[in-house]
Design a binder for this molecule. Structure first.
Ligand code: NAD
Length: 484
């Protein structure tokens, strides 16, 4: 088939390359001329495992090209995908300006029956709005299909090539569009993954519901981890025990420092907003979001409880991307952590295997971005593990001890064993494993934001926050070294 993909970002580029890999002729369109020049020079604008090879091979075979020519590409295509961004608008809703601008341009371009597929994540009802915007520009027949994308950054190629399911929303009775989509996805679902055809509203809601339940699991486990710290339990035991229950399952039960990325935060907000626009108060999602905001501050709270004051301290960060195997820092917890450290007068030396360039664009000279992980540790007062890249899992701990001014690790991803850290002589604080500081009460939600007006505050003095260091004594034997 001949396919046009409008928007060559994480989703459009992966979808385009994967569709070409199965023999389709794919034209990836973007208005970002720099991105197109990068791609046409054989370079990659983003890091995504396996993508570069796929792009190179399919360009060489003339099945994949990159162009700013929307009209020409749409006219040449049987199926047109819309894969532009739907960022969070000021009121939390999904900003549809790019989707609708593209819809109108498609309407001005089509000159034969075309299937137009919305792959961007869009609120319920958008298929109808897209249809109206196209119809306002043309009398040519067309179909609008909703085909939400469930790929995970870091494993996007694999997810697209072997999806768990393909969701296709069509207008009632639009069998030609459903048939075209079934044919397109047949090679991707040979191993039995279902192609689910439904109405467009249900298809649009599927994507939000999927992200909302995943975000809910994360926030729930973060609350359990925080409760473990209060109650002297170990979240690893709790996680494994509940994960063994087949009704619950083991995935997405790891506590951490909150979710980020280009999808969960904005999609949770957009679903909340869509619901409230229809007079429905989505209470669970409000709590999910609130817990997540707080959780992003949790690691700095632990540092404050340990050091009392971060002024003049140097904190090394391992990991900047919102998750491993991507260079994406959109809504990354690292951003909240770094901003808070800088605000409190700390210096930050950070390392990430892929996101260094992105971090430089965000923080400029305010943060020292190191070329190697061990460089970040030089003369640092502590290390904070922020993203669970594999290369951080088995480091040379002796070398780390030698480089750090104090052998202190704040592990936001629980990648090390508290027992091992204790044996190696580190002061080690992780999430929900009671192996470190205890807190007498929950810090107020968004506590840092509340301080903004009043400047710097110690943990105990923080408004609405009864977060205090309870003990560092024998109950916490891994607290073996003097504080630096
Ligand atoms: P992105 O910001 O990486 O890419 C969007 C691209 O669209 C950009 O290159 C931009 O230049 C281009 N664009 C915008 N307006 C255009 C126009 N008028 N003409 C041509 N190109 C235009 O976005 P993304 O992360 O790929 O996300 C795209 C959509 O897919 C969003 O709705 C997102 O929620 C959804 N989604 C993203 C992921 C993910 O992991 N990133 C996963 C599933 C779904």
């Amino acid at each position: 088939m001949k396919i046009a993909v409008i928007g060559t970002g994480y989703v459009g580029l992966v979808a385009g390359a994967c569709l070409a890999e199965h023999g389709n002729r794919v034209m990836c369109v973007d208005k970002d001329l720099r991105k197109l020049a990068t791609l046409n020079a054989g370079e990659m604008p983003i890091f995504e495992p396996g993508l570069e090879e796929l792009v190179r091979r399919n360009r060489a075979e003339d099945r994949l090209c990159f162009t700013p020519d929307l009209t020409g590409s749409v006219r040449a295509a049987d199926i047109v995908f819309i894969a532009v961004g739907t960022p969070q608008g000021e009121d939390g809703s999904a900003d549809l300006q790019h989707v609708l601008a593209v819809a109108r341009e498609i309407g001005r371009s089509i000159d034969k029956y075309t299937v137009i597929v919305d792959k961007s994540t869009v609120p319920v009802g958008t298929a109808g709005t897209v249809r109206a915007n196209i119809a306002a520009e043309t009398t040519t027949a067309f179909s609008v299909v909703s085909n939400p994308e469930f790929m995970k950054q870091g494993a996007a190629v694999e997810d697209f090539m072997k999806p768990d399911r393909v969701v296709i929303g069509v207008a009632p009775g639009d069998e030609p569009a459903a048939a075209a989509m079934r044919e397109l996805y047949a090679p991707f679902t040979r191993t039995g993954a279902p192609i689910m055809v439904m109405d467009t509203a249900s298809a649009e809601l599927c994507k939000y519901a999927a992200n909302a339940i995943l975000a809910t699991r994360i926030s729930f486990m973060n609350e359990i981890a925080n409760a473990c710290e209060q109650m002297g339990a170990d979240v690893d035991h709790v996680r494994k025990a509940i994960g063994a229950d087949r009704r619950i399952g083991a995935s997405f039960l790891f506590p951490g420092i909150g979710y980020g990325g280009s999808c969960f935060p904005k999609d949770v907000q957009a679903l909340l907003r869509s619901a409230s626009d229809r007079g429905y108060d989505f209470r669970i999602l409000r709590a999910v979001e609130e817990v997540n905001q707080h959780q992003k501050s949790r690691l700095v709270e632990k540092m404050l409880a340990y050091f009392d004051d971060l002024e003049g301290r140097t904190i090394a960060l391992w990991g900047l991307a919102f998750k491993p195997r991507t260079d994406d820092m959109r809504e990354a917890p690292a951003i909240t952590i770094i901003r808070e450290l800088l605000r409190r007068g700390a210096h930050v030396r950070a390392y990430d295997p892929e996101a260094g360039r992105t971090a430089r664009q965000i923080f400029g000279d305010d943060v020292t971005i190191c070329a190697k992980g061990y460089d970040a540790l030089v003369d640092a007062d502590a290390l904070a593990v922020v993203t669970e890249w594999n290369e951080f899992r088995e480091p040379d701990f002796k070398r780390m001890r030698a480089l750090l001014k104090n052998p202190v690790i704040f592990d936001g991803r629980n990648i090390y064993s508290p027992d091992q850290m204790r044996a190696l002589g580190f002061d080690y604080f992780s999430m929900g494993r009671s192996a470190g500081l205890e807190f007498t009460a929950q810090p107020a939600v968004a506590s840092f934001a509340a301080e903004d007006a009043g400047g710097k505050a110690t943990p105990a003095a923080r408004p609405g926050n009864s977060f205090t260091k309870r003990t560092l004594g024998p109950r916490f034997p891994e607290r073996s070294l003097p504080r630096g």
